[in-house]
Structures are given as C-alpha cells and as structure tokens.
Design a protein around this ligand. Structure first.
Ligand SMILES: CC(C)(COP(=O)(O)OP(=O)(O)OC[C@H]1O[C@@H](n2cnc3c(N)ncnc32)[C@H](O)[C@@H]1OP(=O)(O)O)[C@@H](O)C(=O)NCCC(=O)NCCS
Length: 153
C-alpha cells in the first residue's frame, strides 16, 4: 500500500472492501457487514470515515473509524488500520478526525473500549489524552478485560 491516503465519509460500498481488514484485525469477533450497514444507516448519530490509498476502483482500504454521538458523550465505536499501513500515523489521523467531529457536535467527553492486552492502541489513545475510567471484566472472547478510556476536552 503506497501513495497518499485520503479520508472520506464511509459509504455502503466501502463495507465489502473493508471486511477482509476487519476479519484480520478483529478475529475471532469481527463486526459483520450487517452491523456496518446498520451503523451507516444512522447518520444523525454516527460518523464513519474510511482511509483510501489509490484512486477509483483500484483504491484500497487502508483504515477506517467510527464515532457514535450519544446524548451526553461521544463514543469511538471502532478504529482500524490495515497492517501494511500501520505505524505511519494513520491511526492518529483517523482518531483526530473523530475527535474533531465530536467537537463539532459539541461533545466534551469521548469514550471508548480497548482490550487490556492491546498495548499499541492504548499508547495511541494515551498520546491523545485518553485516561482509564473503568474496566469491563471478561468483556472480550477468551475472558480478556475491556478498559474504558475517556478523554475530556
Ligand atoms: C491501534 C491502531 C489503530 C494504530 O494505528 P497506526 O496507524 O499504527 O497508529 P499510528 O501510526 O498513528 O501510531 C502507531 C505507532 O506508529 C508511530 N508512528 C506514527 N507515525 C509514524 C511515522 N510517520 N513513521 C514511523 N512511525 C510512526 C507512532 O509513534 C506509534 O508508535 P508507538 O507504537 O510507539 O506508540 C492499529 O495498530 C490497529 O488497527 N490495530 C488493530 C486494531 C485495533 O487494535 N484497533 C483499536 C481497537 S480499540
């Protein structure tokens, strides 16, 4: 995956393209296509972005991310960068774009859940001002805890 990567609003036709990345990164509990479509069907409260490398039909999904706008806080629903594109700042770019959207929606609090054993993601969130505010014991497959992280603007 090479060349410039651009961020766009995620559309229904991106879902099929991103599923291989979803399955690779989030096995054994990937989201289904149906779940992505359900999220995209709620544009008032959801903001999903896709990162595309290349142009036209050749464009490849380098990453994606989504935000849910709850009444009293925003929530990072998902954040993913395809393995060949990791470590070059795309995860940060996607997260910053979601935080900016939360700001536009006048949300001062943004939360998310991350696996307790996912150190790279925790470092990314730490760099962007998230702090640990809770734990959901055994939330993920295999009994792995979810850490609840929160950022207050
Ligand atoms: C977590 C995840 C989204 C991070 O994405 P990413 O694009 O690799 O993130 P970034 O590149 O912004 O930052 C990652 C590292 O690359 C480094 N980096 C950033 N830009 C860089 C550049 N231009 N050159 C070299 N390294 C760079 C960062 O300093 C950071 O270093 P660290 O590991 O010491 O913290 C990605 O690893 C991923 O999709 N993981 C699997 C799914 C997942 O865990 N999602 C989160 C669920 S809560």
């Amino acid at each position: 995956m090479s060349g410039p990567v651009r961020l766009e609003r995620m559309r229904w036709w991106h879902v099929e393209q991103l599923m291989p990345v979803e399955r690779e990164l989030f096995a054994p509990q990937p989201w289904t296509e149906r779940l992505f479509w359900s999220e995209l069907g709620q544009p008032d409260t959801r903001h999903y972005l896709v990162a595309l490398a290349g142009d036209g039909p050749q464009a490849q999904v380098a990453g994606y991310a989504g935000l849910c706008d709850h009444p009293d806080e925003a929530f990072v629903q998902t954040l993913a960068v395809a393995p060949p594109a990791q470590g070059s700042g795309l995860g940060s770019r996607l997260l910053v774009a979601l935080l900016e959207e939360a700001g536009r929606r006048r949300q001062r609090t943004v939360s998310l859940e991350v696996r307790a054993d996912n150190a790279p993601a925790q470092r990314l969130y730490d760099r962007h001002g998230f702090v640990r505010t809770g734990v959901r014991r055994g939330y993920y497959a295999g009994g792995v805890d979810a850490l609840v992280l929160t950022r207050r603007a």
